[in-house]
Ligand binder design. Structure first.
Ligand code: SF4
Ligand code: SF4
Length: 353
């Protein structure tokens, strides 16, 4: 375990960024966001960033490769840049867990090498949440905000930051960082262990006061797939959906993308960009659109997170309870309203049978 005075984070960030690119959450006009650290940039006090940290491993737009056409030849140009070492500081427990959900998708066969390379080159430094918001429900999804996962985990307590490097990557990075930062010092169980235990206790108490948002239900089990899919509630729930895709773009676990080629005149540039199942042209094929109405598209998003993903992934929901969709949807529709409505319908059916 390591300890750092909170008023010395500038020197700590400098030491980390001398070893690899360092991204931290900073305040901006539109809320907190991750930025590449440089001298003078301060760590945001916001609970979480507007956009999740998934961009570091699965960027919103990436140039996969270029092709250059000559009369009789085609040259394929490797444009990849995902071999660069970097560290992300300040990732919250919900967002750290989202990486293991993305891993299930991108690291299963066929492995997405772009994602895999970034995962291998990134170090995640998480920070426990001191004041979980009323929109947070990670604890109902088996995530411990008081003890976040990551290559290293940090706790703020009193006027210090306590750091526990956990993985080989995390330990190696902090061993080197400590050489360049005199304020980052090792500390034992008596001092650090007790402080971290006290920090965890405070967070657990705060979490205990949070309203339980996510319904405790078996309504989304695989056996109920047909019943949930055919629920008349979808029409009502999706009625006002604008199809703007905001919920999918802010979501740390949404992983749909589109691939497009752009004509450069002498070849093409191939890009991968995030896509949204809420868009009318999502997965559109020459034969047509498989989900022609917003009701079908809306249902797909929630069925995927609540039923299809858990059915294929050991019961793990495709949601980490970050609450971003609760805050950002312009019509105030979100996974909590949907899951509660469906759970209530399932339980009234059970009572009536
Ligand atoms: S953010 Fe709200 S309105 Fe926009 S697509 Fe998602 S559910 Fe629909
Ligand atoms: S569905 Fe909403 S609460 Fe769940 S992870 Fe996505 S943005 Fe966060």
């Amino acid at each position: 375990m390591l300890k750092l005075p909170l008023d010395k984070t500038g020197g700590f960030f400098k030491a980390l960024s001398s070893l690899r690119k360092l991204y931290i959450p900073v305040d901006s006009d539109g809320g907190a966001r991750y930025e590449l650290w440089s001298e003078g940039k301060n760590w945001s006090s916001a609970l979480n960033t507007n956009r999740s940290a998934k961009d570091f491993f699965f960027p919103q737009t990436e140039n996969l490769f270029d092709m250059k056409f000559d009369r009789n030849s085609v040259e394929v140009i490797d444009t990849r840049d995902e071999h660069e070492d970097f560290a992300v500081f300040g990732v919250r427990a919900c967002d750290v867990r989202s990486f293991s959900i993305l891993d299930r998708v991108f690291l299963s066969e066929p492995v997405d090498t772009y994602y895999k390379n970034r995962r291998e080159h990134g170090v995640i430094i998480s920070v426990a949440c001191r004041n979980p918001a009323h929109t947070c429900f990670c604890s109902q999804l088996d995530i411990d905000a008081a003890d976040p996962e990551g290559d290293a985990a940090c706790w703020v307590y009193g006027d210090s930051l306590y750091i526990e490097p956990r993985t080989e990557k995390g330990k190696a990075l902090f061993e080197e960082a400590a050489k360049n930062c005199a304020d980052l010092v090792p500390c034992g169980e008596k001092d650090c262990g007790e402080k971290v235990a006290a920090a965890k206790k405070e967070i657990e108490e705060a979490l205990g006061k949070n309203r339980k948002l996510f319904p405790e239900t078996d309504a989304f089990s695989e056996e109920n797939l047909k019943a949930v899919f055919s629920s008349p509630l979808w029409a009502e729930l999706s009625e006002a959906c604008l199809g703007c895709g905001t919920c999918t773009f802010v979501c740390p676990t949404c992983q749909c993308y589109d691939i497009r080629d752009f004509d450069t005149g002498s070849g093409i540039k191939r890009f991968r960009c995030w896509d949204s199942c809420m868009y009318s042209d999502f997965t559109k094929m020459s034969a047509g659109q498989p989900r022609p109405t917003q009701l079908e598209r809306f249902r797909q998003r929630f069925m995927h997170k609540l039923v299809y993903f858990p059915a294929n992934n050991d019961g793990v929901y495709g949601c980490v309870g970050c609450g971003r969709c609760l805050i950002k949807c312009p019509i105030s529709m979100n996974i909590i309203k949907v899951s509660r409505a469906l759970a209530a319908e399932a339980s009234s059916k059970k009572e009536g049978s």
